[in-house]
Ligand binder design. Structure first.
Ligand SMILES: NC(=O)c1ccc[n+]([C@@H]2O[C@H](COP(=O)([O-])OP(=O)(O)OC[C@H]3O[C@@H](n4cnc5c(N)ncnc54)[C@H](O)[C@@H]3O)[C@@H](O)[C@H]2O)c1
Length: 336
């Protein structure tokens, strides 16, 4: 098969491309504008493609808002499936600049779906987020838990989900898998690729940067939550386990199964303090931690129910180990 991966130079997309190149014989084409993705990541993926000698890798530096260019790429390639990662992903920025999020995440996704329909690309795998649940009404969060995003980022993703669902309902030859990621963390076990975006706000990355003295201190937002140690609890999933969920989703759609939505997480969580303690232990550095007031819109507890992805896609976790996740993140941070 020939798979189009948008955002393949970014954090999660690059881990999926790596697995496609190493574990399948599919050809892969990446579309990325390199706004937060990196040429160095593409160079590494090119090396992986050469070493693994499976499918070919091609790259277009194009912005998804350039509809004419996107259409040209579909005209000159025959794609069997699209994996759509490209998006703007910073929640606070989405509150300040919502239109950036609706344009990049919702409008560009809508166009991509339209072009897929026009060129009869029948399989679409979409990167969604636990942010569609907002402050969830039940924990563990199931796919049927009410969606109620509390910021434009989450809403821009939920709108894309609805557009996919409506399109698939109207077109029997178009099917999708929506993957709702919980907290993605860690890096390639062999330390070849990782999260390179310098201003990322993800806790494990920030803890690794603080351990390496790239930041002076780490802030803990809220220590008075109704959790055992008072800090928020999140479900951290290693990026390679998340990547393998995409390969399972592709196989699932290729077998002719019906469109569906799956949570991606381990089904258990760690508090902010537990993550920081683990990073201190792994790095052997007692870095500075400061406490700050709660941020609005941070639920105390966000944990997935992952029963559905395990039972339906046959997905299994291999890196469900906080110390390993922290170690891969730390090793990667030494590189960047
Ligand atoms: N990182 C997380 O914890 C997390 C959690 C939930 C969901 N997600 C979703 O996963 C996906 C990937 O996230 P990530 O963490 O890898 O982010 P990232 O910023 O590392 O990757 C996004 C990639 O898309 C590219 N891109 C963005 N807008 C583009 C455009 N208009 N045209 C072409 N390329 C464009 C960027 O250059 C980058 O390479 C996103 O859709 C995000 O919403 C991420």
């Amino acid at each position: 098969m020939h798979i189009l991966v948008t955002g393949g130079a970014g954090y999660i997309g690059s881990h999926v491309v790596k697995q496609l190149l190493e574990k399948t014989s599919h050809d892969v084409t990446i579309i990325d504008n390199l706004s937060t993705g990196h040429q160095a990541t593409l160079d590494t993926l090119e090396q992986i493609a050469l070493t693994s000698k499976n499918g070919d890798l091609r790259f277009y530096r194009t912005d998804l808002s350039n509809f004419a260019e996107i259409e040209k790429i579909f005209l000159t390639n025959r794609f069997d499936a699209v994996m759509h990662f490209a998006a703007s992903i910073v929640v606070p920025e989405s509150v300040i600049n919502p239109l950036k999020y609706y344009m990049n995440n919702t409008v560009n996704t809508t166009n991509l779906i339209r072009v897929c329909n026009e060129y009869v690309v029948q399989k679409f795998i979409f990167s969604s987020t636990a942010a569609v649940y907002g402050e969830p009404s039940e924990v563990p969060v199931r796919e049927t838990t009410q969606t109620h995003p509390i910021n434009p980022y989450g809403m821009s993703k939920l709108m894309s989900e609805h557009i996919l669902q409506d399109t698939a309902a109207a077109k029997s030859d178009f099917s999708f898998v929506i993957l709702r990621y919980f907290n993605v963390a860690g890096a390639d076990i062999n330390n070849r690729i990782g999260q390179s975006f310098p201003n990322a706000t993800h806790l494990i990355k920030v803890a690794a940067q603080t351990a390496l003295a790239q930041r002076e201190k780490i802030s803990v937002f809220g220590t008075d939550y109704d959790t055992p140690d008072g800090t928020c609890i999140r479900d951290y999933i290693h990026v390679d386990d998340l990547a393998s969920a995409h390969l399972r989703a592709l196989a699932y759609l290729s077998e002719g199964n019906k469109s569906d939505i799956f949570n991606c997480g381990y089904g258990h969580g760690f508090s902010v303090y537990e993550v920081i303690e683990t990073m201190k232990k792994i790095s052997d550095i007692d870095f500075t931690v400061e406490t700050s007031p709660r941020r609005s819109g941070d639920p105390a507890l966000l944990i997935s129910d992952n029963t559905k992805i395990k039972n339906t896609l046959g997905w299994e976790a291999y890196y469900d180990d906080l110390a390993l996740i922290c170690k891969t993140a730390l090793d990667w941070e030494k590189n960047v």
